[in-house]
Design a protein around this ligand. Structure first.
Ligand code: ZN
Length: 281
């Protein structure tokens, strides 16, 4: 019988990945493993967490090979300070998180499974205060906490019949399966080009990020201001962050409408002495 990619994928080296993929298909077909996001939304996020972490870290490493890091120490310290304050406010155990400032003038940011956060230097032109920057990073952390990449990859696996995950471990980096995984992470075919999230994921990341920033001692009302800055920036052309994080009519209203809960968290944080001191460069 002639060998083909499917048969190759059953070799022992890839058996574990194949079993995982079969597990994903089985769970999809019976809707077992249906999970809840941090906001209580039912979701299917079936790829094992360890695998998401490994793939997120791998993608991040490869991204750093092509995207230069900022060489501005004051900028790196500032972004690191804001990110660390948010991470400190996460419920334990929260695993390891790290932030990299990329020397990219477009206002954008992302976070990957495994806790790798990336902020473009250009984001600072739009997120002009520590509170606004905390809104951006909090939003990106929200995508990770809610397993959005896993959900997207699960959907992709459903479409591809699970073979994608097998191929991912079988093929060299840069192949079709790797590209599919990057898409699930929100990374485009070219590094630095981010893909849009769905409206549901955006709204959920907004809510999680807004509450997280409040708990960390950042003023959650800055999240509304951030989106106003976004809308005003770009000189008629939507900034990158807006095209990858689609703005919808009701976005700012939704953030504002549920602000009461967040400001209560903020007041609590301040009362317990939580007020990050991060100085913009
Ligand atoms: Zn988003």
């Amino acid at each position: 019988m002639p060998s083909n990619t499917n048969r190759d994928a059953t070799r022992p080296r890839h058996r574990r990945a194949l079993l995982t993929a079969l597990g994903v298909i089985a769970a999809l077909s019976t809707l077992q493993g249906c999970d809840e996001s941090p906001t209580g939304r039912k979701q299917l996020a079936l790829v094992p967490e360890a695998q998401m972490t490994a793939l997120g870290e791998q993608s991040f490493e490869r991204l750093l090979q092509t995207e230069p890091l900022s060489r501005d120490p004051a900028l790196r310290r500032y972004v690191g300070c804001v990110a660390q304050a948010l991470v400190d406010a996460l419920p334990q155990p929260h695993g390891e998180w790290s932030v990299a400032v990329l020397d990219d003038p477009t206002p954008n940011a992302f976070a990957l499974p495994g806790g790798k956060i990336g902020v473009h230097a250009g984001m600072l032109a739009v997120a002009r205060t520590p509170d606004q920057l905390a809104a951006v990073i909090g939003h990106e952390i929200g995508h990770v906490l809610a397993n959005h990449a896993n959900e997207r990859l699960t959907q992709e696996l459903a479409v591809q019949g699970g073979l994608m995950l097998v191929d991912l471990f079988a093929e060299e980096p840069g192949g079709a399966a790797h590209e599919a995984f990057r898409k699930a992470l929100g990374l485009g075919a070219q590094y630095g080009l981010l893909l849009p999230y769905s409206r549901t994921h955006e709204r959920e990341a907004d809510r999680i990020g807004r509450d997280l920033m409040a708990q960390a001692g950042f003023d959650p009302r800055a999240s509304v201001q951030l989106w106003q800055n976004m809308a005003a920036a770009g000189d008629g052309q939507p900034p990158a962050f807006l095209s990858t994080h689609p703005s919808h009519d009701k976005r700012m209203q939704a953030l504002a409408a549920e602000m009461e809960q967040a400001t209560a968290l903020y007041t609590e944080a301040l009362a317990s002495g939580r007020k990050p001191r991060c100085t913009p460069p």
